[in-house]
Design a protein around this ligand. Structure first.
Ligand SMILES: Cc1cc2nc3c(=O)[nH]c(=O)nc-3n(C[C@H](O)[C@H](O)[C@H](O)COP(=O)(O)OP(=O)(O)OC[C@H]3O[C@@H](n4cnc5c(N)ncnc54)[C@H](O)[C@@H]3O)c2cc1C
Length: 807
């Protein structure tokens, strides 16, 4: 074993091998993988090997599609035999909402470039003559996905990496990892140590144990999962070609052919639990099965037999029962762990055979080039904070397993693992009918339900539509109040705070106390990493705000960009302050009744701030800024004192018809103003010019991270261009990731959308070919499988001159 390597990957399952292969492909060959047993001897060896195309997320779909394109070619690429079965798949829908889901995913299939068709119930048997179609409303047919032998692809990828110079050490156990003063990592094994620049935790079921050595809390639970294989069945021996893999919400199972027998894998909906009583597996656990629990499967197997009667008459040959890693949101962890640089997580996969190739490719790009060609936010481990502790993770992972075949509609979330982070107004808002959703552990009101029935989740406009309209119009016509305490909040202080922020932001930082600017942190390659609002409280004190979900991500970005020479202290004060958004033409009147501060345009113009007293509460950071495009304020209030300020504003607002509003209304209002969103319009896939953010990038500044690359991008021209569109929508608005057509040509995709209630118009953002990004240009957007006319509008649909918010 060598003493130094650029990268050490811990774990030789499909995830570790997939990364090793792609690091080598990207040109990093001074790399080593360490595996305590044999390659695949963790979860990988006993997986059923299905590799589906169907997925509700565009980025995840790209991961899946890449795998299904790579695996059939791996033998030719590496010389290692790979058994790939491109039998296709059939996913069944039993409800109208599942059919809507299929329609949405059908749009994603066009963007990701895989062949899919939605079949009516009568068409299904021509693809699968043995399937009973009772209760089925539709099927989603995927033509070119299938299943693969997990050991084949893992060994092939490891072999391919070795051919390029990577080392693979089998039967070598990593026993500890330490961070050295140099910033490198020391990987300690039972066969010697390696010092490396980057270490990757790809330790499968052990990833939380391995993470704990360096103080990283890794939110995974090991779930016990089974599948059964029958003896060969006469009807299938005779059948050619192979049947497609079926995914059936009635039996909550996958059902497919396996060596002329039938393979059935149920995801039980009530009885699942974590393995080994929640403890990690023993270090010598290797290529073993866990004792099966067939009783808990029985009801689902009976249903599987109703769906696929051949299964009932076949003799049982094999039961496979083993551990699958699950994260609370069912998506694997791939990216930097929070904290010191170059500790990467690449684990937590529950569909890892399918995902191992693509996950490895995109993480390798991120490690080698500083960013990946796809948006990695949904894989980034920093989407979970310390609130995702072991108890939360186990509870939610079990629930996620139970919902494996459940269609989660827009807005729908797990009901367990809730109420982790709450603002001090939570109970008050709940009493007003707040419908909460969870964001980075916080509970945040989506809308207020006056009927008390709760949200009917749907891909279409639903029972929230009317109340959200009232909330949005109240903000436009009178005054609205919103609890937006979920903001991530940082104090940046010190002698060099101003120079530091100038160096990391594309925009110019305010030169006067009280000034507010919108700033973007760019990658060195000039793409959008973060969006922050910077308020200068004093020459050496700045208040930095960013998205709730970006708390750990942006804290890392701030720390990682700080040089040793700069005297700056960065403090995460997210939990210390709550935030109330008071907005609407009457907001000044309401606030004036609660503070002695001068709120006139002269004293507190748009985009300025001051620290003041409101409703008897000192130290309120009052920012004249908002995301809804009205005269309005953000009041950043010490969290414990929020109720006093809230009560005073509500009391003063009563005569003006003050109304509580939530994030659904905020989304509608920001769409009317054409305000972009971080994570949807603004991602690390695009530059400032493509995102039409020219007015926030100051290329005339001496220097900032990403400036040189941005100059290059300006010269190169845009590859795609953000456009703002009105949409002739019917009963469903744009959600994001719908295809955009120009005539018959696919020319782009949407990023987000909403109905603008004040302008009476459905609105959407999207990226299209630059030559089509002209005001008035007409397109069609595929919304739930129907093409809806859309047209580029040149200006914000509401108040393009900004007269309202400056009023
Ligand atoms: C019954 C069943 C059916 C499944 N079916 C499918 C399917 O059809 N499709 C699909 O996509 N997925 C399926 N899966 C899931 C799939 O198996 C996993 O998602 C995938 O194998 C995870 O790969 P991994 O590399 O993260 O973990 P693993 O394969 O567990 O690899 C981790 C490796 O790290 C090694 N390791 C851990 N700690 C150390 C250490 N300290 N030092 C050295 N080495 C260490 C372990 O020995 C292990 O080999 C199934 C799983 C099960 C159990």
């Amino acid at each position: 074993m060598k003493s130094h390597a650029r990268v050490v990957v811990v774990g030789g399952g499909v995830m570790g091998a997939g990364l090793l292969y792609h690091l080598a492909q990207e040109g990093w060959t001074d790399i080593a993988l360490i595996e305590k047993g044999e390659l695949t001897s963790g979860s990988t060896w006993h997986a059923a090997g299905q590799c589906p195309h169907f997925n509700g997320s565009l980025n995840m779909t790209k991961v899946h599609v890449y795998g299904t394109e790579l695996y059939p070619r791996l033998e030719a690429l590496t010389g290692h035999a790979v058994s790939w079965h491109g039998c296709g798949g059939l996913r069944l829908a039993l409800t109208e909402e599942e059919v809507n889901w299929f329609k949405y995913v059908h749009g994603i299939s066009k963007l990701a470039g895989y062949e899919a068709h939605i079949l009516g119930p009568n068409e299904i048997r021509s693809y699968h003559p043995f399937l009973e179609t009772f209760g089925v409303k539709a099927a989603f047919l995927t033509v070119r996905d299938g299943h693969v032998a997990p050991a084949d692809i893992t060994n092939a990828m490891a072999a391919g990496a070795r051919q390029l110079g990577a080392e693979v050490h089998r039967r070598t156990r990593v026993t500890d990892i330490k961070r050295l003063p140099s910033g490198e990592w020391q990987v300690i094994t039972d066969k010697g140590n390696i010092i490396c620049e980057h270490v990757v935790n790809s330790a499968g079921s052990y990833c939380d144990v391995v993470g704990a050595w360096t103080g990283h809390s890794v939110p995974i639970a090991n779930m016990l999962h089974h599948y059964l294989i029958t003896e060969p069945v006469e009807e299938l021996i005779a059948l050619k070609p192979e049947l497609p893999v079926v995914r059936d919400p009635y039996s909550h199972s996958y059902l497919r052919e396996e060596t002329n027998g039938i393979l059935v894998g149920p995801y039980e909906t009530q009885t699942a639990h974590v393995c080994w009583n929640g403890k990690p597996p023993a270090w010598d656990f290797e290529s073993e099965l866990i004792a099966p629990e067939l009783d808990r499967l029985t009801p689902w197997l009976e249903r599987a037999a109703e769906r696929f009667p051949l299964f009932a008459k076949a003799g049982l040959k094999n039961v496979i029962s083993g551990a699958i890693t699950h994260t609370p949101d069912g998506t694997y962890l791939s990216g930097p762990a929070p904290g010191p640089r170059n500790y990467w997580l690449h684990c937590g996969a529950s569909i890892g055979i399918c995902q191992g190739g693509g996950a490895g490719k995109y993480l390798a790009q991120w490690m080698v080039h500083g960013q990946s060609e796809i948006n990695m936010r949904e894989f980034d481990p920093r989407r979970f904070g310390s609130w995702a502790d072991a108890e939360y993770t186990a509870r939610v992972a079990v629930n996620d397993y139970h919902h494996m075949y459940h269609c989660l509609k827009p807005g729908e979330q797990h009901e367990v693992g809730r109420d982790l982070r709450k603002s001090s107004l939570h109970e008050k808002l709940k009493a007003q009918g707040a419908q909460f959703s969870q964001i980075f552990g916080w509970e945040r009101a989506r809308w207020y339900d006056p009927s008390g029935t709760g949200e009917v989740f749907s891909f279409k406009r639903s029972n929230w539509w009317g109340p959200v309209r009232e909330e949005a119009l109240a903000v436009r016509e009178r005054v609205g109040l919103m609890d937006l305490s979920t903001f991530s909040k940082f104090d940046v202080r010190g002698r060099d705070a101003h120079a530091f922020l100038e160096r990391i932001c594309a925009n110019r930082i305010a030169s006067r106390d009280g000034g507010i600017v919108l700033g973007h942190l760019l990658t060195p390659a000039g793409f959008i990493e973060s969006e922050i609002t910077v308020t200068r409280l004093a020459g050496d004190h700045f208040y930095v705000l960013s998205a709730a979900a970006a708390q750990l991500h942006d804290l890392d970005q701030l720390h990682w960009r700080l040089s040793d020479q700069e005297q700056v202290v960065i403090e995460d004060i997210t939990d210390r302050f709550g935030c109330l958004v008071l907005a609407g033409p009457k907001s000044r009147d309401v606030l004036e009744a609660c503070t002695f501060a001068d709120l006139s345009n002269r004293a507190l113009p748009w985009l300025t701030a001051r620290t003041t007293e409101v409703a008897g509460v000192q130290g309120v950071r009052l920012l004249r800024v908002n995301y809804v495009g009205e005269l309005g304020y953000e009041l950043h209030v010490p969290m414990a004192r929020m109720p006093e300020v809230f009560n005073a504003l509500m009391a003063a607002g009563r005569t003006f018809g003050i109304t509580l509003f939530g994030t659904y209304a905020m989304n509608s209002l920001r769409m009317e103003k054409a305000y972009r969103g971080w994570g949807s319009e603004l991602t690390s896939e695009i530059d400032m010019f493509e995102g039409s953010m020219e007015r926030f990038i100051r290329l005339d500044k001496e220097d900032f991270i990403g400036r040189a690359a941005s100059l290059g991008h300006k010269q190169r021209g845009e590859r795609i261009k953000l456009v703002y569109m009105s949409v002739d929508a019917a009963d469903a608005d744009v959600l994001g990731n719908e295809p955009v057509y120009h005539g018959d040509r696919l020319v782009g995709l949407t990023t987000s959308g909403a109905f603008g209630h004040a302008v009476g118009q459905s609105l959407a953002f999207g990226y299209v070919e630059p030559k089509l990004a002209r005001a008035g240009e007409r397109f069609e957007i595929l919304i739930l499988d129907r093409r809806r006319p859309a047209q580029i509008i040149a200006e914000p649909a509401y108040d393009p001159s900004n007269s309202r918010l400056k009023g």
